[in-house]
Write a protein that binds this ligand. Structure first.
Ligand SMILES: Cc1ncc(C[n+]2csc(CCOP(=O)(O)OP(=O)(O)O)c2C)c(N)n1
Ligand SMILES: [Mg+2]
Length: 213
C-alpha cells in the first residue's frame, strides 16, 4: 500500500469502523505500560550528572532544548543509532530519521545536509561517534562552503562501539586514540565551524543552546 500515511491510516480506521471491527481500548494502557518500563531503565541515565557525559543525557538535552516541534534529528551507525532510536521521541512528521543497522558509517552528515536543503526552516541535529566523525571529516568543508547551518553532537567515547562490538576482531577495531590526545572539536574548528568540547554534563544544554540559536 502506497499513500500519505496520515490519510491512509485514517481511511483504514473509517473502513474498520464500518466493518464493525473490535476496538482495542486496552492499547493505550499497553503503550503507557511499555513507556513506564522504558522510563525505569533509561530515566536515570537521561538525568545523569556523572562525568564522563552519559550519551543518554545528551539525547535528553536534545529533546529538551529549544523548539522540538521544529527539529529533525538523525543518528550515526553504531551506539548512537541503538541509543537514539530507543529513547528519542519524535513529535512531528519528519522529526526523526532512523536508518539501517549496518549502513555505511558517516551517512548521517549527508542526511543532515540533505534535510537542511529539503526543510530549510528546521533545526537539523545529527549525532555521531568517533568512527562516523572520521568518515565525515573531509566533508565538513562542504557544510561550511554551502553555508548549511546544521548541529552535530559528537559522542567522543574513544572507542568504535565499545560494548556493542566488544573488542572486535582485534583491539585495533575497537580502541581509538583517547580524547586527551585527539581533540575532534579543534579539528572542526580548524575547518571554520563553531565547536564546543563538553566534559561536564551540565555544559551540554548551554552548548546546544548556542548551536541552535
Ligand atoms: C564503512 C563501515 N565500516 C564498518 C561499519 C561497521 N560499524 C558499525 S558501527 C561501527 C563502530 C562505530 O563506532 P563510533 O563511530 O565510535 O560509534 P560509537 O558506537 O562508539 O558511539 C562499525 C565499525 C559500518 N557500518 N560502515
Ligand atoms: Mg565511539
Amino acid at each position: 500500500m502506497v499513500g500519505d500515511t496520515k490519510l491512509v491510516l485514517w481511511q483504514l480506521i473509517v473502513e474498520l469502523d464500518r466493518r464493525g471491527a473490535l476496538k482495542r481500548k486496552d492499547i493505550t494502557n499497553e503503550i503507557e505500560a511499555v513507556k513506564r518500563t522504558k522510563a525505569e531503565k533509561y530515566d536515570s541515565l537521561m538525568e545523569s550528572g556523572e562525568p564522563p557525559v552519559n550519551p543518554y543525557r545528551v539525547y535528553a538535552e536534545i529533546m529538551a532544548s529549544l523548539d522540538r516541534k521544529n527539529r529533525f534529528v538523525t543518528h550515526e551507525s553504531g551506539n548512537t543509532r541503538d541509543q537514539l532510536s530507543t529513547v528519542y521521541e519524535a513529535i512531528i512528521p519528519y522529526g526523526f530519521m532512523g536508518w539501517g543497522n549496518v549502513s555505511t558509517l558517516g551517512f548521517s552528515l549527508g542526511v543532515a545536509m540533505g534535510a537542511k536543503l529539503a526543510i530549510p526552516g528546521r533545526e537539523i541535529v545529527s549525532v555521531n561517534g568517533d568512527a562516523g566523525f572520521s568518515y565525515q571529516v573531509g566533508n565538513y568543508e562542504a557544510v561550511v562552503s554551502s553555508r548549511l547551518g546544521i548541529t552535530t553532537g559528537h559522542i567522543n567515547n574513544s572507542g568504535y562501539s565499545p560494548v556493542f562490538w566488544g573488542n572486535g576482531h582485534s583491539p585495533y577495531t575497537s580502541e581509538v586514540t583517547p580524547f586527551d590526545i585527539v581533540n575532534t572539536s579543534r579539528v572542526v574548528e580548524g575547518l571554520g565551524i563553531h565547536s564546543e568540547r563538553i566534559e561536564d554534563p551540565d555544559e551540554v544544554a548551554p552548548a546546544l543552546g548556542s548551536a541552535l540559536k
